[in-house]
Design a protein around this ligand. Structure first.
Ligand code: C5P
Length: 237
């Protein structure tokens, strides 16, 4: 049985690579993240294929535009029947509200279950210096918390945040709020371009609902063994 707390990132650019990884990971991995690399290469077909394989899909396109455009864009994505969709909280309260309202009415009209809608707070690749370089004067963690509260006020179901900020968000936004954490690195694995990282067990302990793991699985010599190690670590918490 798949443990849906693990979302494996399908950060590849061809259908052959995606199918190979999904086949290699087998029944133990039931949730996949399709991001811009694969979606821009293959379009919605890859989501349809994954759903046909009875996998759940987090469609991670981080929509960020004016409220009307994001509201309409998110409804176009609903046709692919993803399980989680996201917008960027940098678009502000009105944009997030427009997205949530448009998605809920479109799902009700189509008489289908509404996907979860979550907001990206601050990319896990950004550190304090990157953040200050954009002109922000409050610490990253404060901005993440501020954005999580705004996302909740806008009617979103949760956020994407680094595991370092998870405990505070959990305290502020409650048990039912989804917190999806990328920036996951098992001990001894390279951090690559990520800056605010934690181990799978650390993320779950700090209150993450789900973790997103990319390179630590798909770039491993044996992706299945790497996924199994992540699952074991989570299950031992
Ligand atoms: O390879 P790695 O595990 O670092 O991949 C993390 C995945 O999570 C990537 O697909 C990246 O786009 C995504 N992500 C992130 N930080 C966010 C939101 C999404 O790293 N705040």
């Amino acid at each position: 049985m798949a443990d849906e707390r693990l979302i494996a990132a399908l950060d590849v650019s061809t259908r052959a690579e995606a199918e190979k990884l999904v086949t290699q990971l087998g029944e133990r991995v039931g949730y996949y993240k399709v991001g811009m690399e694969l979606f821009y290469a293959l379009g919605g077909d890859i989501v349809t294929w994954l759903k046909g394989e009875r996998k759940k899909v987090f469609l991670d396109l981080k929509l960020h535009d004016i409220p009307n455009t994001v509201g309409n864009g998110i409804c176009s994505l609903l046709r692919l029947r993803p399980d989680i969709l996201n917008v960027h909280t940098a678009g502000g309260l009105r944009m997030m509200k427009a997205a949530a309202e448009a998605l809920h009415s479109a799902a009700a009209e189509a008489d289908i279950p509404c996907p979860k809608l979550i907001g990206v707070t601050v990319l896990t690749s950004m550190d304090a210096e990157d953040w200050a370089g954009l002109g922000h004067t409050e610490p990253v963690a404060d901005s993440v918390l501020r954005r999580a509260k705004l996302a909740q006020e806008a009617g979103l179901d949760g956020v994407v945040a680094s595991p370092a900020e998870t405990a505070e968000i959990r305290r502020a936004c409650g048990e039912d709020f989804l917190i999806v954490t990328p920036g996951i690195r098992p001990a001894g694995v390279s951090h690559d371009d990520q800056r605010r990282v934690m181990t799978p067990a650390g993320a779950i302990r700090s209150g993450a609902s789900q973790i997103v793991v990319g390179r630590a699985i798909y770039a491993a010599e044996d992706p299945r063994a790497a996924a199994e190690a992540v699952l074991k670590e989570m299950e031992a918490v």
